[in-house]
Write a protein that binds this ligand. Sequence first.
Ligand code: NAD
Length: 463
Amino acid sequence: MDVIQAFDRARAAQPGWARTSARRRAAVLLRFHDLLLTRREEILALVRQETGKVRPHAVEEVLAASVVARYYGRRAPHQLRPRRRRGVVPVLTRTTELRHPVGVVGQIVPWNYPLALVVSDALPALAAGNSLVTKPDSRTAGTTRWIRDLMVEAGLPEQAWQLVTGDGPVVGAALVDQADYVCFTGSTRTGREVGRRAGERLVGCSLELGGKNALVVLDDANLERAVEGAVRGCFTSTGQLCMSIERIYAHADVADHFLKAFVDRAGELTLGRDIGPLISADQLAKVEAHVEDAVAKGATVLTGGRSHDLFYEPTVLSGVTPEMRLYAEETFGPVVAVHVFTGDPAHLVNDTAYGLNVSLWTRRPARARGLAARLRTGQVNINEAYGSAFGSVDAPMGGRGDSGVGARHSSEGILRFTEPQTVAEQRLVPMGPFALGPVQFQGERYEELMVRVMRTLKLLRLR
Ligand code: NAD
């Protein structure tokens, strides 16, 4: 559909949807939650057909989407309600913060998690009283259509959510030019372009971008669990996951043991059963180019390194150095570089322009929590690869550095789709100089009075 037409329809539907109470809007999300779980076979088949994912990886998307639907279905009315704020002068100023929907949100999504990512941002945008125009990747448009139709079945007015498809630089750019807020998930390169365009129009945007995520095996890690976590972290959805692990740092005391078990497990994974194909020939070519470049410059392939049609073997490399492309660039495939470390690993983990996800493995979580605070990254998972942080939707999920701006999930994930409005009412005594009966508080007298008020407020410990 034409982008302008889609926005016209969404704009016409928005005021009616915004007038529906927050509780009734949230009820649509809870009905969607139930329908999604009941009809999961349909969406699992569609996601798998469009992305090539093996079933367990598609199931993760259904679970992630249901967590988000339940969370905003229960929490959104509370998150959106008017809030009393402290007035400038207690009692005399009554201040309230309101949250209005921005209008029409424009959402741009990639192909890799077509169910979980669409739901994570679309549901809070709608729950906040906005209408929505979504541009999915053309390869996964069927999944987006199914989600949107299920929301309509759950009670969303039909025109409140429009879909547009087509070439990213044309249709995506046109969407950015119309939206009242832009919610983008995709590559860092495109994210910069979208951010620039939204900035010119002075509309808000959140940018969820790429990563070069690290997993750290500390010297006291449970190695069996760390190996399983690393396998999931590196190879889920064939490594085509923004939070995927592409760098592993193993402490020298446990590196031999860990690496042997990890390389063996990676080598045991069966293409087609445990791991799906890459999304496209282009994606495969990029993965091959990264590995070939690394090998040409001296890296060693410990397992994998070959393609079979669109499949690429789970691949582990050692000896990866900064002049190799896969040292710092996001590969977005089933390829990981392993390094051995001693001492504090923080500077190694932080040696990247990205800042999305880190996975730490240890038997002493308190120690890992101390390390986590020194890492420049939006998510830190302790004794898990990515799911604990991604699934904890009461906390924000976002990236630092080249991994993006803003966050989804939590209150932040819904309030970004609103315009704050402060309504402050002055009572009894005006803000400026005033008279109280015959007593004039003007000039120096007013100044003295106000200085005394300020000192008293501090003594009363009022903020
Ligand atoms: P991409 O940037 O090429 O495309 C993403 C979307 O943007 C697509 O719908 C595309 O059609 C559209 N698009 C392309 N050019 C555009 C333009 N000029 N203006 C507006 N829209 C445009 O990304 P991709 O390669 O398809 O997706 C994979 C990337 O997404 C990886 O880098 C991955 O890390 C990232 N990703 C990030 C998250 C996250 O939450 N941080 C989640 C999933 C994927």
